[in-house]
Design a protein around this ligand. Structure first.
Ligand SMILES: Cc1cc2nc3c(=O)[nH]c(=O)nc-3n(C[C@H](O)[C@H](O)[C@H](O)COP(=O)(O)OP(=O)(O)OC[C@H]3O[C@@H](n4cnc5c(N)ncnc54)[C@H](O)[C@@H]3O)c2cc1C
Length: 322
């Protein structure tokens, strides 16, 4: 067991939101520890132009061409738009590159953590981790919850998760010939495919019963869709993931902040989760200084997002929940 109190901030969770937050903290001279649990679901995801700019500001350039987005969404003919400034990435690869950048700025990493727990200790926080060969105990003034949808730190500190809808996704790696994003509204559920350099992420989205049924024969079902023409073969197992709209209230409090999916999770249809994770990371100082204003801003963004999502589903001739 190593016992330490010489850091300012612990960031729990080292996905896109946690790693980017650590970069902002370390760049401003805060002694930061980033707690990383290895593994997690990978996938090819689209990165919106604003997020590409945000990454570039952090010193991380995303190379490659723009993204062609093709949709059968309330239409029989495909609609294609080309977004020259968007990019496609592997989410785990993006998080790894951000962690490397954070480490180069002096962030200390605790790797291969199996379990992390946070509790209040007077005006500070007690953080215990196990796994990776050594257990750690850290006493710090501030904690960032970047644990994704689990939001385990925020919940431990008394926050509640508010579920605005229920959506699940059956996700699988595929072989695909072309690069781009395809979306198709079907009945039941809807489909998405992100392809990059021969590999892709295929997902069917719906309520839990629809998704469980689809997961048993995803390969056969995708052949019945129009985007199925892009899928050559499925690789590996189908994984079912929660993917609905959720808000953490509050999303910050004295000495703690939730960022990325831990603060607010958006449906894959929005293609906005990574941009949001990067935006929260950039606002971490504002959040520590004015937690109530940060929570109010998340709440406002969440309701604007729900309005946009409802419009998108109407255009596809679908209900918001699948
Ligand atoms: C099917 C699907 C498709 C999507 N497509 C897109 C897309 O095309 N574009 C887009 O922008 N967004 C997309 N998203 C959303 C995007 O993936 C997320 O919004 C984004 O990755 C959130 O990043 P995060 O760092 O907040 O959370 P996560 O990526 O979930 O990272 C959380 C990290 O914390 C770790 N962790 C959890 N608990 C602990 C603990 N106790 N101790 C230590 N570590 C812990 C986890 O292992 C993980 O590494 C999609 C989501 C889904 C489900």
């Amino acid at each position: 067991m190593s016992s330490r109190s010489d850091h300012d901030v612990v960031v729990v969770g080292a996905g896109v939101a946690g790693a980017a937050t650590a970069i902002h903290l370390a760049a401003r001279g805060h002694r930061t520890v980033l707690i990383h649990r290895a593994g997690g679901a990978d996938g090819i995801e689209s990165i919106a132009p604003a997020a590409v700019d945000e990454l570039s500001g952090l010193g991380l350039q995303l190379d490659g061409p723009g993204v062609a987005l093709t949709a059968w969404w309330g239409t029989n003919e495909p609609r294609t738009i080309y977004e020259p400034r968007a990019r496609l990435v592997s989410r785990l690869d993006l998080a790894r590159r951000l962690r490397e950048l954070a480490a180069s700025l002096g962030t200390e990493m605790i790797e291969d953590v199996r379990h992390a727990s946070v509790s209040r200790a007077g005006g500070a926080f007690d953080v215990m981790t196990s796994g990776g060969g050594t257990d750690h105990q850290l006493v710090v003034r501030s904690v960032v919850d970047a644990t994704g949808r689990a939001a385990s730190v925020a919940r431990r500190l008394g926050a509640q998760r508010y579920q605005a809808d229920e959506l699940f996704s059956a996700v699988v790696d595929v072989v695909t010939a072309a690069d781009g994003v395809w979306t198709e509204a079907t009945s039941p559920g809807w489909w998405s495919l992100c392809g990059l350099a021969g590999r892709g992420t295929l997902a069917f989205h719906g309520n839990l019963a629809e998704v469980r049924a689809a997961a048993t024969d995803l390969g056969a079902r995708v052949r019945e869709t129009r985007l199925g023409a892009q899928v050559e073969d499925l690789i590996g197992a189908v994984v079912v993931r929660a993917s609905g709209s959720e808000l953490c209230l509050p999303s910050a409090g004295p000495g703690w902040v939730a960022v990325g999916d831990a603060a607010m999770s958006v449906q894959p249809l929005a293609s906005a989760g990574n941009a949001k994770a990067l935006r929260d990371a950039a606002r971490v100082f504002e959040a520590f200084n004015r937690p109530a204003a940060f929570s109010a801003r998340q709440n406002g963004e969440f309701h604007r997002y729900l309005d946009t999502l409802a419009r998108q589903y109407r255009e596809g001739g679908r209900r918001r929940t699948a």
